[in-house]
Design a protein around this ligand. Structure first.
Ligand code: NAP
Length: 248
């Protein structure tokens, strides 16, 4: 019960890794507030998590988090844990990358996540912590992954900078970078049909030393650790949770 009396905001908490983390935080006593774009899964997640509230907010709109944070200020007065997890993917070889696809991914993964942190910060004080979802894709040389990889590499740089900016205020900032994980994300990759998705899945499994995809709960557990007081002397890290992909 590491999160009793804690107010936890999860940006992208209605699916996959974010949903698994939301369930984990709630089980350990947190008051959980989630955001996402899809009203149907937001409504379902409130029920599954026992979340205090769910807000529809698209981080591509950098002002979308303002009313969310204002409502949390009114209801709870503070945020103890901010988990910025929203993200989308797309595979495209360099010759097929369009400006629209580039902007779509970066507006969410990089700019959107940065401004979500900025909007939440006024409610965060000493002892609070921020966890951001990166990806091992930011370091791995995966063909066709340039746009996504660049967005996550940028986010990793931001995490390091924010950790240094906020350390004197007693706010820790860390990243969890998953390897291939069984979530709806691959199926939602822009421009991929079902057979392309399945071949990508098989390729991903083949490159994981553990020869399997991770489960969302296996990513959520390290997120909870880094968010908790157990990690009180840890800030600025990028923790790879990837079945050994980058390590072995
Ligand atoms: N699955 C993997 O293999 C893998 C590997 C490395 C990193 N990651 C990262 O893990 C994070 C979670 O992804 P996942 O695998 O759990 O996939 P997912 O099930 O598709 O979840 C993505 C989450 O992000 C939210 N989101 C996406 N765009 C958003 C936007 N514009 N505004 C607000 N919320 C938005 C989604 O909400 P809606 O459903 O409402 O859009 C959903 O809650 C992402 O950052 C992803 O890049 C995943």
């Amino acid at each position: 019960m590491r999160f009793v009396d804690k107010i936890v905001l999860i940006v992208g908490g209605n699916s996959g890794i974010g949903l698994a983390a939301a369930i984990g935080f709630a089980r350990e006593g947190a008051t959980v507030i989630i955001t996402g774009r899809d009203q149907v899964t937001l409504d379902k997640a409130i029920h599954d998590i026992g979340a205090a509230a769910a807000f529809r907010a698209d981080v591509a709109d950098t002002e979308s988090m303002v009313p969310v944070v204002e409502e949390i200020r009114r209801m709870h007065g503070r945020i103890d844990v901010l988990f910025v997890n929203a993200g989308v993917g797309a595979f495209a070889p360099v010759r097929e990358v369009t400006r629209e696809l580039w902007d779509h991914i970066h507006d969410i993964n990089l700019r959107g996540c940065f401004f979500a942190v900025q909007k939440a910060l006024p409610l965060m004080g000493r002892g609070s912590s921020i966890v951001v979802t990166g990806s091992i894709g930011s370091l791995a040389g995966v063909p066709g992954n340039a746009i996504y990889a660049a967005s996550k590499a940028g986010l990793r740089a931001i995490v390091r900078i924010l950790a240094t900016e906020l350390v004197a205020e007693g706010i820790r900032v860390n990243m969890v970078s998953p390897g291939p994980t069984e979530t709806p994300l691959i199926r939602r990759n822009v421009g991929m049909d079902e057979s392309a998705v399945e071949s990508l899945r098989q390729v991903m499994i083949s490159v994981v030393p553990m020869k399997r995809m991770g489960e969302p709960e296996e990513i959520a557990r390290p997120v909870l650790f880094l968010a908790s007081d157990e990690a009180s002397f840890i800030t600025g890290v990028d923790l790879f949770v990837d079945g050994g992909c980058l390590e072995l």
